[in-house]
Design a binder for this molecule. Structure first.
Ligand code: NDP
Length: 443
């Protein structure tokens, strides 16, 4: 049995019922075969065994009272996976589907993504099975205060710096930051994605979506192509999707679809982003409302955006949302590139099919790293007690995304997987962390 297969069977045996974590571990470890074969010191020092075992996983009770005076209990999580190259860093997901396995898959992926940014940040992730949808501001505040009144013991500006993710936006970060400050008396950059009046960074809100498009553009240019004039299908209508659509449009592409958890829109003339922002960011409503702004658009609750003919597909909603049938439809419609805005949105068989069909494929670890990279820039600004301009942050983000693409491409080529960015991103992300672990001894 190979070293990788041995470690993977341990992961499955030791973490029963955590299917998403198994999937993420398999995807990363299988792409590292050639690297661990070429570097026996990784096996000798049990680097893979140590990588798949989080430094610690914290689970806690989150009690809160709703507007009718009824008490509820949710489960909170923070998985601190690896801090070989910097403080733990990764978002907090608030969604009823969240389990320990979800958080571990996300935390594991985060190690390599953060490494790829070239910035000094380790990997972690957290969240809760709380559903902020349909809750009043007071109920969300109650939950956030309760959540942070436990989490504050384990985080800190130089220890672990959580951020937003699905369900955790500026409102939730604000409530959690206020609670941390009150409990510790510290005014420090313990969270990123903060509001601009209390330590947030300009361009953080836009960063993941903009970064996704910068990387896609770089990938296309490396293959003598361009975004200009392309038709783009986007899924999701949240933070990543909205700003990916905004940047793609600014660079001359036409975005024709967006989706939320109840349905999707098709607007052949190009999605009206001001309308989407009003529906999703201001009203916190449903995309079904879009027809009221653009009567000629179509809204559907069956099927998926990937049925629409497009040149570029940007899955920006959630994990496993683009399956093999979707991949077949995209290839049939002659898609040129797929770049993942969400984490692990493409199923493994769909990814393989797209790559084999010659589609340019950018995995989330590389393609959506702009969010965490800009979070790290927020940490730098907080430490310096300075605020950079939007243009400064955006220019740094652009440079980081170009470097991520080039480093991942170079690593793929070095280990015999030319043009395979899935391999390249995993290898480049891994080598930096693994070498730091080796240098620090068996810990
Ligand atoms: P948001 O909560 O802002 O938006 C998520 C969007 O996806 C919403 O429109 C939501 O619909 C939709 N959605 C969620 N689940 C489903 C589903 N099962 N089917 C269809 N649509 C769905 O989250 P983000 O935009 O922040 O995150 C999206 C993805 O990007 C996640 O995988 C996240 O981990 C990843 N990511 C986010 C980063 C960030 O900086 N925000 C950084 C890197 C990765 P509805 O409006 O109905 O809830």
């Amino acid at each position: 049995m190979s070293y990788v297969s041995e470690v993977l069977s341990h992961v499955v045996a030791k973490n029963p019922g955590e299917a998403e974590f198994h999937q993420a571990a398999k995807e990363v470890l299988e792409s590292l075969e050639s690297v661990v074969d070429a570097n026996p010191q990784y096996r000798k020092n049990a680097v893979l065994e140590r990588l798949v075992e989080p430094d610690r996983q914290i689970m806690f009770r989150v009690p809160w009272i709703d507007d009718n005076g009824v008490a509820h209990v949710n489960r909170g999580f923070r998985v601190q996976f690896n801090n070989a190259i910097g403080p733990y860093k990764g978002g907090l997901r608030l969604h009823p589907s969240v389990t320990l396995g979800t958080i571990k898959f996300l935390g594991f992926e985060q190690i390599f993504k953060n490494s790829l940014t070239g910035l000094p940040i380790g990997g972690g992730k957290g969240g809760s099975d709380f559903d902020p949808k349909g809750k009043s501001d007071r109920e969300v505040f109650e939950f956030c205060r309760s959540f942070m009144s436990e989490l504050y013991k384990y985080v800190g500006a130089d220890v672990d710096v959580p951020a937003g993710d699905i369900g955790t936006g500026a409102r939730e970060i604000g409530f959690m930051y206020g609670t941390y400050k009150k409990l510790t008396g510290l005014y420090e950059g313990v969270l990123t994605g903060k509001g601009l009046t209390y330590g947030g960074s300009l361009a953080r809100k836009e960063a993941t979506g903009y970064g996704l498009v910068y990387l896609t553009q770089e990938m296309l240019e490396a293959h003598k192509d361009t975004l200009k004039g392309k038709t783009v299908a986007v899924s999701g209508a949240g933070n990543v999707a909205i700003y990916a659509a905004e940047k793609a449009t600014a660079l001359g592409a036409k975005v024709v679809t967006m989706s939320d958890s109840t349905g999707w829109i098709y607007d052949k003339d190009g999605v009206d982003l001001a309308a989407v922002k009003e529906i999703k960011e201001v009203k916190r409503g449903r995309l079904s409302d879009y027809k009221n702004y653009r009567p000629k658009s179509e809204y559907s609750t069956s099927g998926h955006v990937w049925q629409v003919k497009c040149d570029i597909a940007l899955p920006c909603a959630t994990q496993n949302e683009l399956n093999i049938d979707d991949a077949r439809a995209l290839v049939k419609n002659k898609v040129v590139a797929v770049a993942e805005g969400a984490n692990m949105p493409t199923t493994p068989d769909a990814t393989e099919f797209l790559i084999k069909s010659g589609v340019l494929f950018a995995p989330g670890k590389a393609a959506n790293a702009g969010g965490v990279a800009t979070s790290a820039l927020e940490m730098s600004q907080n430490s310096q007690r300075l605020s950079w301009t939007f243009e400064e942050v955006d220019a740094k983000l652009h440079g980081i995304m170009v470097n991520i693409y080039r480093n991942a491409s170079a690593a793929a080529e070095k280990y015999g997987h030319k043009d395979n960015l899935v391999m390249g991103a995993n290898i480049a992300g891994f080598v930096k962390v693994a070498d730091a672990m080796l240098a620090q001894g068996i810990q």
